[in-house]
Design a protein around this ligand. Sequence first.
Ligand code: NAG
Ligand code: NAG
Ligand code: NAG
Length: 349
Amino acid sequence: MHWFSFLTLALAVPSSALVRFHCSQLVTERLDPLVDPGLVPSSHVHQIVGGNSFNSSMDPEKDMPGESTCTTCQFTEDFSNYWTAVMYFRAHNGTYKRVPQLGNNQFEKAKGGLTIYYMQDAIYDSKQVSKVTAFKTGFRMFIGDVRARTLAEAARYRYLTYVCLDTWTTRSPETIAFPGRKCKEGIMTSLRFPTCWDGKNLDSPDHKSHMSYPETGTFESGGPCPATHPVRTAQVMYEVVWDTKPFNNLEWPADGSNPFVWSFGDATGYANHADYVFGWKGNALQRILDTQNCQFNTNCIKESNSTTQTIDKMNSCTQKAAVTEDIGVDSWLTELPGGFQAEYGPGSA
Ligand SMILES: *[C@@H]1O[C@H](CO)[C@@H](O)[C@H](O)[C@H]1NC(C)=O
Ligand SMILES: *[C@@H]1O[C@H](CO)[C@@H](O)[C@H](O)[C@H]1NC(C)=O
Ligand SMILES: *[C@@H]1O[C@H](CO)[C@@H](O)[C@H](O)[C@H]1NC(C)=O
């Protein structure tokens, strides 16, 4: 689908007043320049989108937009890298296969990847007029906890959720754990980052503490940022559509346990997490965030003088995996890459 027909399509659905765009898959492999810089391979499998300068070690001082020669994102000035863990299906006999990704609603032609939102106000606010600050070159952040295996541990993070897609456009209810039933059209994960920045640090040792949630209320309710993290940033959100359909007809685990497992072994779903490495060129993101009344399909692109590319063009930007190993695309694995097995947490038998 070409960008133009996307715009036409977008006009036909209830307007989402914010920047919502897709990025096709760049590469899927065990690399993690944020948490495991320089480690080849890193601990677990990730699926990565964005600029093709993605690498095992990404120096914050490095000019990422300048090093990329293409991006898998619709905005041609967005050379950021966005990534998450990869979902696996665990069969009745205990072997694993990678759950493929789909292009999401309105981006069906995209090769996997994920959908990105940048919001000035709540997703349901049709005006999007609040002033928010874009991130700076070298900025990166992480949300979630790979060790979380209980609801209490997951509850420290807001809005890392799952939706069981009964239809292609189901968006609720959202759960914090993996859906406990077969989902007709797949599983969507939604990952929202905190929106208050300390205004100084581009990163922090845990990749989280330079960011904070609002002191009271939420980003959606316009809650104020705490004095320690006074700068209100855009709300960054990812949506990932996991194609669980092909697994609905296979035999599920005999003990009734959840068959879906993250690439690092979490089978509860509580350890859902996401990584962000900012890489927009120049002031491209700030120009978009300064657009008043930012209706994606009307004002944002034109008024911010942004340029976009077709989905075919996005799909053509790929990167050869630096780590070559069987990640369970066509074959069934006896363990997850990196040696992980499914873990069901303290609450399970
Ligand atoms: C990755 O980064 C290293 C160190 O900066 C560099 O030597 C190497 O060429 C890069 N690899 C790619 C594929 O860009
Ligand atoms: C394990 O289960 C999968 C899915 O049903 C099947 O395709 C595969 O052949 C099985 N492997 C073994 C070793 O039985
Ligand atoms: C977009 O381009 C026009 C024409 O060059 C210019 O007047 C306007 O200031 C630009 N807007 C932004 C946000 O850069």
